[in-house]
Design a protein around this ligand. Structure first.
Ligand code: G3P
Ligand code: CA
Length: 249
C-alpha cells in the first residue's frame, strides 16, 4: 500500500453516509449497493468491536434502533450479532439484512472499485483497542491496493492508536466544533484531513486547513444550498445521506 502525501488526494468529493443510510438500512451492504446504483464510489461507515474482537459496522453503541437485538453491541460476541436483523427496522423490503463485518465491506468495496471512509466509532471505554484493531485490520485488508481507506474519528485517542498500529493509513480528525487548538491537534495526530460539521467551514477555516496542507471535508450535507456553499468554498469532500439528490460527479 502506498503512503499518501498530503498533496495527494485520491478520493472522490462525494461520499455516501453510512452507505446510502437513509434510503436503505444504514451501515449494511444493502445501503452500499444502493449508493453504488446512484453512482457513488466512496462510502462512509461506522466501525466498532464486538465483545470478542470482530470489527463490524454499526453507528449506535446500543442495538435497539437499527437491529432486532437489545443491549450494547460491543459486549456481545460476533456469533450473536451475526444472527440479528439489521434491515427490518428500516422497511419490510430489507428485513433479514445482516450486520456486516469490516472484512465483508472491504471485499465488496475492492470488488466494486469503491473507496471507504471508516469512522472509528468505539464503544465508550474501548477507544485505544478499537483504534488499533480497525487500523490493523484495514491495513491487512487493503494490503497491495493503490488507494487505502480513510480512517476518521471524533476520538483523538482512537486516531493515535490507529496511527501507531498502521502509520501509513490516512487519517482525518472529526470535529463537531472548532475547539481551541483544533488544527494543531489534527497535525499532531498526523491527519491528512479535518472532517467538520459543514456549518463550521468558512473561507477563513478552509484557508487555514489548506494552508496547513490538509483537506477539508464536511458531514452531513443534505440540502442543495449547503452543498453549493461548500463547493464554492472549495472544500474537498462532502458526506451526504441524499444519494438520490446529489449526483456524485
Ligand atoms: O463521519 C461523519 C459523520 O458520520 C459523523 O457523525 O454521528 O453520523 O457518525 P455520525
Ligand atoms: Ca459516522
Amino acid at each position: 500500500m502506498s503512503t499518501l502525501a498530503s498533496t495527494t488526494w485520491p478520493y472522490p468529493r462525494w461520499i455516501a453516509h453510512r452507505g446510502a443510510g437513509r434510503l436503505a438500512p444504514e451501515n449494511t451492504l444493502a445501503a452500499f449497493r444502493l449508493g453504488a446504483q446512484h453512482g457513488y464510489r466512496m462510502f462512509e461507515c461506522d466501525a466498532k468491536l464486538s465483545g470478542d474482537g470482530v470489527v463490524f459496522l454499526m453507528h449506535d453503541a446500543t442495538l435497539e434502533r437499527t437491529t432486532s437485538g437489545h443491549g450494547i453491541g460491543g459486549e456481545r460476541p460476533w456469533s450473536d450479532l451475526a444472527q440479528l436483523d439489521a434491515g427490518g427496522w428500516h422497511s419490510r423490503q430489507y428485513a433479514g439484512e445482516p450486520l456486516p463485518t469490516l472484512a465483508n465491506v472491504a471485499h465488496w468495496c475492492i470488488a466494486n472499485g469503491c473507496h471507504l471512509n471508516i469512522e472509528i466509532k468505539p464503544t465508550p471505554g474501548t477507544e485505544l483497542e478499537t483504534g488499533r484493531a480497525v487500523a490493523q485490520l484495514a491495513a491487512r485488508l487493503w494490503q497491495g491496493r493503490d488507494v487505502p481507506p480513510l480512517l476518521t474519528s471524533f476520538k483523538p485517542q482512537a486516531l493515535a492508536a490507529a496511527r501507531e498500529a498502521a502509520p501509513d493509513l490516512p487519517r482525518g480528525l472529526l470535529l463537531d466544533q472548532l475547539r481551541a487548538g483544533w488544527l494543531d491537534e489534527a497535525r499532531t495526530l498526523g491527519c491528512l484531513a479535518v472532517v467538520c460539521n459543514h456549518a463550521l467551514w468558512s473561507a477563513a477555516t478552509v484557508a487555514e486547513v489548506h494552508g496547513a496542507g490538509l483537506r477539508a471535508l464536511s458531514y452531513t450535507v443534505n440540502d442543495e444550498w449547503a452543498a453549493e456553499r461548500l463547493i464554492a468554498l472549495r472544500t474537498d469532500g462532502i458526506i451526504t445521506d441524499r444519494v438520490d439528490l446529489f449526483p456524485p460527479a
